[in-house]
Design a protein around this ligand. Structure first.
Ligand code: AMP
Length: 143
């Protein structure tokens, strides 16, 4: 199983906000969409950064109520790490564990074509493990 197969199942929807959005708006979108991170796009349509719920929590911890009025560009991570459609689930798990984040946008030929979260990775890993266990069970039962 790789990233392309995960996207085939979950689709290519990318939720984003423009770089002039405020943290309060970003929190509203995260809550309404039930997601943990969104991409911040510059006026040219390029990825300017990624903003996750952790960034919102940190902003509130550091700035209190004033956090909601901050520009998203002040609290996002500008140095975005991407994955590729051909990357394996194991490679994504390793990347997320090592870098301590839970979201990887997918870059294909200079275009972002989706986002994979740790939830997608775990769901697919469990499905694979269940399928492996079932085929082993059948192999043993067949004697
Ligand atoms: P997360 O665990 O994904 O909620 O994010 C934890 C921290 O890592 C936050 O500061 C995010 O902005 C940042 N982050 C999340 N995903 C990425 C990514 N793909 N590339 C760079 N930073 C990220």
């Amino acid at each position: 199983m790789n990233v392309a197969q995960i996207l085939k199942q979950k689709g290519n929807r990318i939720i984003s906000l423009p770089a002039d959005a405020r943290v309060g708006e970003a929190a509203g979108v995260l809550a309404a969409e039930g997601i943990g991170a969104l991409l911040i796009m510059d006026p040219a349509g390029k990825v300017a950064g990624i903003l996750s719920e952790r960034d919102v929590v940190r902003a509130v911890a550091n700035h209190g109520m004033e956090a909601v009025a901050l520009p998203v560009t002040e609290v996002m991570t500008a140095n975005v790490i991407f994955c590729k459609p051909a990357d394996s689930i194991d490679a994504l798990m390793a990347e997320m564990t090592q870098r301590r984040f839970r979201h990887l946008p997918v870059m294909d030929q200079g275009r972002v074509i989706g986002i994979v979260s740790i939830g997608d990775v775990v769901k697919n890993r469990i499905a694979e493990t269940v399928a492996e266990a079932e085929s082993l069970r059948q192999y043993i039962a067949a004697g």
